[in-house]
Design a protein. Structure first.
Length: 707
């Protein structure tokens, strides 16, 4: 077998020189196509792939989708013609509808504050990935393995990638369903690591909460108003003159005291770190970077300086492994003050007073570890990815026993391995609230499961009605953070009327009740790459009525969310999904919830933070199918740390059967070595339009006689 693979690779190498293109198939039926004149040094090692595609056999004659390569006005072009009736998705962080047919997207990461609904064809991230869904429910994915500035143009029957860089390879995946396609993508790009449980809770942020006493006040208010929450964020004003890895000596003079205060109230603290290092002799970060010659260079070989928040700044060259290692060491003392997570912002990189608000395309990066030196034009789109790669290394170095949490504004396809993301500096408007659904879904379909918008909107001021609507919907997104800009009206839930406060509290309570289910979904994403938040078409890939629906969405495979503002949404399986409520809803904002027939969803009792949540007392929400059966799962571990990797977790399976009005529900542990716990369980189900509950019972089996 090894001799055969070697012979194939040798023949391919000759073909690359002699023919217009070459192609092969990997051992898991992924096709890779090379253009004539392909120069691997300009693209490889690819940041997209955790597992580089390896040839095992020539492309079979039956393989349908094949790119044609050409040159157009000096640009490298790959065109894939797609026969039949296909709906297209993916393309990463962009505005517009979920269905991408007829759209053109530019891949060039840009700081785009207050982007409009129609003006977001390129934003802070780039994902050269297109997903196709055929009429029969089969799916395919196309990757343009290229970090240079490029454009994706999609018609009903053609996908075109046009790059300003050298000729690039194209990877095409064929699978029987969209779910299988997402899992195949993750097998190449790698999956996200399981985040700490606290990162899934409700989070409160502002540019900026200052001084530290204001942060404490926010923490106390969240607890006073009984709003479940886990994280408070520190924007750039905590720094001393916007110098990264420093603290304002007047307003944040004792970060350890502040972080201890938050920890005592079951909050975690996340602090911002930007890439721009103030160019100032005597400032320790700049001194170290200058001494090590770690900065991105101008075309003439001198260190580049550009203006950002601190003034003139140097920028680390994260393409170099020694620079990433140095950057990682900066986190140790910083995290030792009790900081729990890191927010890497401005990492497109944003540079004020420059063309396109970034550094010149002819700046130079020196690479290393197999990456060839090259211009910023090649490395611009992966600057943020390389930064969070280094930051993750730093958090693991500082706290090797804790799961790192990093949020990044800029990223690239494959960067989900290092950081979560949000959709940038959106607007406080009903249009952007509605837009946040397809944006979050599209990022999930582009390999980034952990994402979401700024709830309430970042730029300008939210009204109470807008915040209530957005929170009622946004609590079901993977990432849940309320964030607003300096100078805007206060946007905390209590800043408006008592009715708005109650609505926000009700919605957030819903998320915390669903937390066992949500954590199980994140476990699934970390294992096989499935999105946490999914489009309705994943309920039935052959149902054409679901293809364009981007107002309602799925949380996992068993829960459908319809925002109150969305009328006439498509319903999977002919409307057979069961509506239910988790509480007595009396306001006009809460989303409608529906459960898939044949499913069981585990619910926790109310808690004010994930650290207070207990799963030894669970309510099992049942939706019996037409065969009288239902099934569900629950994943549990310590909520942080890495012992789960060696088996210290519990994977539980719930099964229910209904026979002659007798409902029997059983629980069994199907994986993991974490010892079982004594549980108190009850069953919840809908009958005659009303929620019914059994009595609490201890043990691994519940028997309920249905009246």
């Amino acid at each position: 077998m090894k001799k055969r693979i070697t012979a194939i690779m040798c023949s391919l190498s000759v073909a690359l020189v002699a023919a217009a293109q070459a192609a092969f198939v990997t051992n898991d039926s992924v096709a890779v196509f090379y253009p004539a004149g392909y120069d691997a040094s300009q693209h490889e090692p690819s940041p997209i792939f955790e597992r580089q595609p390896v040839a095992t056999m020539p492309l079979p004659a039956s393989w349908q989708l094949r790119p044609s390569f050409s040159v157009n006005n000096g640009h490298s072009v790959a065109t894939i013609s797609v026969p039949g009736d296909v709906d297209f998705y993916g393309t990463g962080e962009v505005t517009g509808p979920l269905r991408r047919n007829g759209r053109t997207i530019s891949l060039w990461n840009v700081d785009t504050p207050a982007y409009s609904v129609d003006g977001g064809s390129h934003l802070y991230q780039s994902h050269p990935w297109v997903m196709g869904l055929r009429a029969d429910g089969s799916a395919f994915g196309i990757i343009a393995d290229n970090t240079w500035r490029q454009q994706i143009a999609i018609t009903d029957h053609q996908v075109t990638f046009e790059s300003q860089g050298p000729a690039f390879r194209v990877v095409i995946i064929e699978r029987e369903s969209p779910q299988a396609l997402m899992q195949a993508l993750a097998s190449l790009t790698g999956t996200m690591s399981l985040p700490p449980l606290w990162a899934l809770g409700y989070q409160q942020c502002r540019f900026s909460y200052q001084p530290d006493t204001r942060v404490m006040q926010i923490a106390d208010s969240l607890r006073h108003y009984r709003i479940p929450s886990d994280v408070i964020w520190m924007d750039i004003d905590y720094m001393d003159g916007y110098r990264i890895f420093t603290f304002n000596p007047r307003e944040f003079s004792n970060p350890r005291r502040l972080n201890d205060y938050l920890h005592q109230r079951n909050f975690k603290a996340v602090y911002m770190i930007d890439p721009g290092v103030k160019a100032e002799k005597g400032y320790f970060v700049d001194d170290q970077g200058t001494a090590g010659d770690y900065w991105v260079k101008r075309a003439d070989g001198q260190p580049f300086e550009g203006k950002v928040w601190p003034g003139m700044c140097h920028f680390p060259d994260f393409t170099r492994p020694e620079v990433r290692t140095w950057w990682a060491t900066l986190y140790k003392d910083f995290m030792a003050t009790g900081i729990d997570g890191v927010w890497n912002d401005m990492n497109e990189p944003a540079v004020f007073e420059q063309h396109e608000t970034t550094m010149p395309a002819d700046n130079q990066h020196r690479g290393g570890d197999g990456v060839a030196p090259g211009p910023h034009a090649r490395f611009h789109n992966v600057y943020g990815l390389n930064m969070v790669r280094a930051s993750r290394q730093g958090l693991l170095l500082a706290n090797p026993q804790r799961r790192p949490f990093i949020l990044s504004r800029s990223n690239f396809l494959g960067g989900h391995r290092y950081a979560a993301t949000w959709t940038g500096d959106n607007l406080s408007s009903p249009e952007q609230m509605k837009l946040s659904v397809p944006m979050t879904l599209t990022l999930g379909l582009s390999g980034q499961p952990f994402n979401g918008p700024d709830i309430g909107g970042f730029c300008e001021s939210a009204t109470g009605d807008l915040l209530a609507q957005w929170t009622a919907m946004g609590v079901f997104f993977p990432f849940v953070r309320n964030h607003s800009i300096k100078g805007s009206a206060d946007q905390e839930p209590w800043a408006f009327t008592p009715a708005v406060l109650d609505a926000c509290r009700t919605a957030i309570n819903r998320r915390y009740m669903l937390m066992p289910y949500i954590y199980t979904l994140f476990r699934e994403a970390s294992v096989n790459g499935m999105p946490v938040m999914r489009p309705l078409f994943m309920a039935d890939a052959r149902d054409r009525s679901l293809r364009a629906e981007d107002r309602a969405f799925l949380l996992g495979g068993d829960l459908m969310i319809t925002p109150r503002w969305a009328d006439g949404v498509a319903q999977p399986q002919g409307g057979s999904w069961q509506p239910f409520t988790l509480e007595n809803v009396t306001d006009a904002w809460q989303a409608e919830l529906r459960q898939r027939p044949g499913s069981i969803i585990p619910l926790a009792n109310l808690a004010q933070s994930t650290s207070e949540m207990r799963t030894d007392s669970l309510t099992l929400l049942l939706c019996i199918d037409s065969d009288g059966k239902a099934r569900g799962q629950l994943y549990e571990d310590d909520g942080d740390g890495f012992s789960y990797l060696s088996g210290n977790y519990r994977q539980l399976t719930f099964e229910a059967t209904l026979r002659k009005r007798v409902l029997t529900v059983t629980l069994r542990q199907t994986a993991g070595t974490m010892p079982p716990v004594n549980r108190v369980l009850r069953v919840a189900y809908v009958k005659n339009g009303k929620m019914r509950y059994s009595s609490w019972q201890q043990g691994n089996e519940i028997v309920v006689k249905m009246k």
